[in-house]
Write a protein of this length. Structure first.
Length: 266
């Protein structure tokens, strides 16, 4: 098996330590998140905490695709992190990525970045409406999203768990994570509105975001709200339709049994 390790130029002295951390990945016990598909762990390297993400081994078709035709998720995460930082968009600093291949197939990949100890993620905004600075955070997040759009960043996984939020004095820093699906270029109105569709099912949140986005752009607030709401409903319908299909096909798997069968949006 061939192993390719690419380390950020600023972190070249850590190459051997990063390689050892990946080799010992399975022995680390501090797992972040639910580890349903990809497994994310923290590791101490020279007294600094870094995050290592081990991507799920792809299916047969993608093993061939990632070997010959497409960049791996780990490589794309590394590339996009560097591009975001060049654009002035915060993301945990990229440290390295590694991919493991055979002559005919892709096997496994890892992405290593700095660890950002955040105060919360956007997800908490969808479940806890009593956060003291709730409105300020939500409006700041909307301005952050507008800034992404203006810089030509189309974050395809703009969803509740993929923005880390750090309070800093009277402002907020937002860090994008889970970066392997992105496009870059000019975003039209419909693409911008669709980019909000995975964030929340709550009308109250969408009303606030529509109001703030209108302030940023000069677009009609009602037009923004209606577009986001319609795209949100369409996304939820599609998502829960897929869950129902998977429940029928993979009826023995617990994770599908525990999912609700109908969309919470009406």
């Amino acid at each position: 098996m061939k192993t390719t390790l690419v380390v950020h130029p600023n972190k070249k002295p850590l190459t051997d330590k990063v390689s050892d951390a990946i080799i010992n990945f399975d022995s680390y016990t501090k797992v972040l998140g639910d580890a349903e598909r990809n497994v994310i762990k923290n590791v101490d390297i020279n007294g600094e905490i870094y995050t290592i993400k081990s991507f799920k081994i792809p299916n047969l078709i993608n093993k061939v695709a990632y070997k010959f035709f497409r960049k791996s998720k780990a490589e794309r995460s590394y590339m996009y992190a560097n591009k975001l930082l060049d654009l002035g968009v915060k993301t945990p600093a990229p440290i390295a990525y590694q991919k493991q291949t055979t002559p005919f197939a892709f096997k496994r990949s890892f992405y290593i970045s700095e660890f950002v100890d955040c105060d919360l993620t956007y997800r908490e905004l969808t479940t806890d409406f009593e956060i003291e600075d709730y409105d300020a955070i939500l409006r700041a997040f909307t301005r952050f999203t507008y800034d992404l759009h203006e810089k030509g960043v189309h974050f395809l996984d703009h969803s509740p768990g993929n923005t880390l939020i750090c309070r800093k004095e009277n402002t907020y820093n937002f860090y994008l994570v889970d970066l392997n699906r992105m496009n870059f270029g000019v975003l039209n109105f419909e693409t911008r509105m669709r980019n909000f569709s995975k964030l929340t099912i709550h009308k109250s949140m969408i009303k606030v975001m529509a109001n703030e986005y209108a302030k940023c752009t000069g677009y009609d607030e009602d037009k923004i709200f209606n577009a986001i709401w319609n795209y949100t409903k369409a996304f939820q319908d599609k998502f829960y339709r897929k869950i129902r299909i998977k429940k029928r096909i993979f009826f023995w798997k617990k994770k599908y049994k525990n999912r609700v069968s109908e969309s919470p949006i009406k």
